[in-house]
Write a protein that binds this ligand. Structure first.
Ligand SMILES: *[C@@H]1O[C@H](CO)[C@@H](O)[C@H](O)[C@H]1NC(C)=O
Length: 284
């Protein structure tokens, strides 16, 4: 008889915590994002860009003869665990929309390694604490990892019926369709593709603090009218920022400030098979 009230109150506490979801103010978001920014010990702070010519989305001319990234200390940064784990994921995808993604056992292991590495960072731990306190994810890392896999790595069909896409592929790698480049919102992939000669930077459309660029470029001979990213951030910072925005503000503006600089992040949900995935996420 004594057990029943305890069980009941335990159930109610849990129920109330879930009911609290959604109450995240712009001020709380700014405090979190500023804290993540300053906790990003893996940020590539020595990266330099050369913007060159200003351009616009419909331009057909090349306003930049040199690469965007003029200096990146690849050896220093890319051997760090979270970057190395990200790099091993970059060749796991078929960028063409319409071509199915097949995940080998080794590729699944690489996803697990990436999640394991980012789980050790203060940035991801702070993002998890925040999301857990606000009722968006469970309190254990395993709860959060399940959510991260669902949002970022579960494959889904982007246009037709083929499982050709995922949030991670779209944001971190980029995809191509009949019209051009879609997604592609990560500076590391931009720099590496530029280095390989696959990407031609054509000029910038906007540039604002902190390290936020909107650029016009060609990748694999296809045009990206306007691609945007923050440069110099670690892989875990981008995962944390987009995950927080997706869970708290999906399909809406996710506005916050970092050290007083206003930022606007947009994330869109793609629902498939009863689950929600990141369709895209980018900075505006
Ligand atoms: C977010 O910021 C943009 C521009 O900076 C503004 O147009 C939009 O209304 C803002 N949204 C919210 C919900 O505050």
């Amino acid at each position: 008889m004594m057990m029943l009230p305890n069980l009941l109150s335990g159930f109610l506490v849990c129920f109330c915590a879930i009911g609290a979801q959604g109450a995240v103010t712009a001020g709380q978001l700014s405090d979190l994002m500023t804290s993540l920014w300053h906790s990003d010990v893996n940020a590539a702070t020595s990266v330099r860009v050369q913007l060159q010519g200003h351009t616009y989305t419909g331009s057909t001319s090349d306003r930049a003869t040199s690469p965007l990234f003029s200096y990146v200390n690849d050896q220093y940064y890319f051997s760090r665990p979270t970057y190395a784990a990200l790099l091993s994921l970059l060749d796991n995808y078929n960028h063409a929309v319409g071509s199915a993604e097949h995940t080998s056992a080794q590729e699944s292991q690489e996803v697990t390694s990436f999640l394991d590495e980012i789980s050790k960072t203060t940035v991801m731990q702070k993002a998890h604490d925040f999301l857990s306190q606000h009722g968006y994810v469970g309190p254990t890392w395993s709860d959060f990892e399940t959510t991260l896999r669902q949002i970022w790595f579960a494959t889904y069909p982007r246009h037709g019926g083929t499982y050709d896409s995922s949030g991670f592929e779209h944001v971190f790698i980029g995809e191509t369709d009949s019209k051009g480049v879609v997604g592609f919102h990560n500076w590391i992939q931009f720099h590496l593709q530029e280095q390989k000669g696959n990407l031609d930077y054509l000029g910038y459309i906007f540039s604002k603090a902190p390290n936020t660029l909107g650029v016009h470029f060609m990748w694999l001979h296809k045009t990206k009218a306007l691609g945007s990213f923050i440069y110099g951030t670690s892989p875990e910072f981008d995962i944390a920022m987009f995950t927080v925005c997706y869970l708290t503000h999906k399909n809406q503006h996710c506005n916050f400030s970092v050290d007083g600089h206003n930022m606007e992040v947009l994330t869109y949900e793609m629902t498939h098979g009863g689950g929600g995935h990141l369709g895209t996420g980018y900075v505006n």
